[in-house]
Write a protein that binds this ligand. Sequence first.
Ligand code: NDP
Length: 452
Amino acid sequence: MAFDYDLFVIGGGSGGVRAARIAAGEHGAKVALAEEYRMGGTCVIRGCVPKKLMVFASSYRGAMADARAYGWDVTAGGFDWTAFRAKFDAELDRLEHAYRAGLDGAGVTVHDCRAVVDDAHTVRLATGEAVTAKHILVATGGRPSVPDMAARAGAMTSNDIFKMESLPKSVLIVGGGFIACEFACILNGMGVEVTQYYRGEQILRGFDGEARGHIAELMRESGVNLHLGTDVLEMKATDGGTWVKSTDGREAVYEKVVYATGRVPNTEGLGLEATGVKLGRKGEVVVDEWSQTAVPSIFAVGDVTDRINLTPVAIREGHAFADTIFGAKPTKADHELVASAVFTQPEFGTVGMTEEAARDARPIDVYATSFRPMQSAFAGRADRVMMKLIVCAETRKVLGCHIVAPGAGEMIQLAAIAIKMGATKEDFDRTVAVHPVMAEELVTLRKPVRTA
Ligand code: NDP
C-alpha cells in the first residue's frame, strides 16, 4: 500500500521535532508534522526556556545587593515586568521561528492544526483531511493537572505565569515539586510576597533527603513563606484575589494562586485507544524500550509516555526512534543515570541514586560537605553550598552526586560524565582540584560522613 508519508508526527515539541528532523533530514524519509499550538512545545514555549529566562531576571535583585557589598554604587529600582515581558515574548517568537526553520530545512511538511489518529496508518487533521503514513509518532507531551476545586476558583498554572499582564503583590503556590519550588524562588526574587503550601513532609519528594532539607531551609531564608504538611481546604475567588482556608485553619487572601500539582499526558481525544494503543493509569501511552506502542506502526516519545519527563530525554527518545526506523541503526534511548537540575535559588543538580535509595540496595559510604561559598560569604550572605557523593562501599563506584549551589546545573552536567563512565571515588580523588572554585570540594572529600 502506498502511503502519503513515511512518518506523521503529532506534536511539535522537543521529541517530535527531533524525530521529524532526523527522519527527514538525515535519513531521507518523507515526513509531516502537525502542531495545534506554537512550534517548540512545552520546553520552548511554556517550560524550560521561558522559566530559565525568568530565573535570570529574578536573580539580579540578589546580585545587586552583592554588588553593593563588593563596593559598587548601585541602587535597584523596581522590577519592570512589562519591559521584561516584551523582550521575553520576542525571544520566544525567535525560538519558535528557529524550530520552524529547522523543520523546513529538513523538508518536513508542517500542518498548523490538531491531528488525531483514525487508524494504525491514518491521521485526521482538524481541517477534516485524512493523511496516511507508514509510521505515526505521538509526541503530544503533557499539561498541568489541577484539582477541580482550584480550577473552579480560577487558580493559575505554570502556563499562565508566562502570560501575566502584571506581577501580583502576593501569590500562593500549591505543590512541592520541580515547578512549585522553581516558581516560588523566581517570584520571590522578583519581589512578590510568596507563600508555598506542600502537603507532604518535605518538598521535592524523590530527591536526596539531605538536599531537600537544605533547599527548603535556603528558600525560607531567602523569603519564601514555606508551609510543610499544609494543603488548601477551601478556596474561592473574592475581591482582590482568592480567599484560601488551609488545612491548618489559616485563612488569607492572595492576589494569585498557582497550582503546580503535577502534569498529565496529553492523550485525551487523540483516538489512540480505539486504534488499539494501550494507555496507562494516568493516560500515558504505554511503550516498550523502542518507544513502540501496542500497535506496531504507532510509536510515542516524550512526556506523553511519562517515563522521565525531561526535554533532553524526549530528544534522545525521538532521535533513537528515527535512527531505528529510518536509519537502519537500531537504538534504544538510555534512561540510566540521567542528570537533571532544579532551578531553585540556589540551584540543585543531581544525578544517580539518592542516599535513601542506595542504602536500601547495598552498603554505601556517604561523603558530604556544606560550606559558605567565598563570593556570597564576602557579601555577608548566609547561603551554604551542599555537595554529596554516594559511593558503593564494595566497588567504590560513585552511585550518586547531589549539589545545591549557584551553578549546580552546570556542575552536575560534568560530574555526570564521570559517573556515567563508572568513575570510582578514587578517580575523583586522583583529579587535581581547580582552585579556587566551589566544585573543587567534589575532589577533596576525604572521609565518609556516614556509612550505611
Ligand atoms: P511533580 O509531580 O514533580 O510535583 C507535583 C507536586 O504537587 C508534588 O509536590 C505533589 O505532592 C503535589 N500534589 C499533587 N497533587 C496534589 C493535590 N491534589 N493537592 C496538593 N498537592 C498536590 O510535578 P511538577 O508539576 O512540579 O513537574 C512535572 C514534571 O515536569 C517533573 O516531574 C519534571 O519531570 C518536569 N520538570 C522538570 C524541570 C527541570 O528539569 N528543571 C522543571 C519543571 C518540570 P506529593 O509529593 O505529595 O505527591
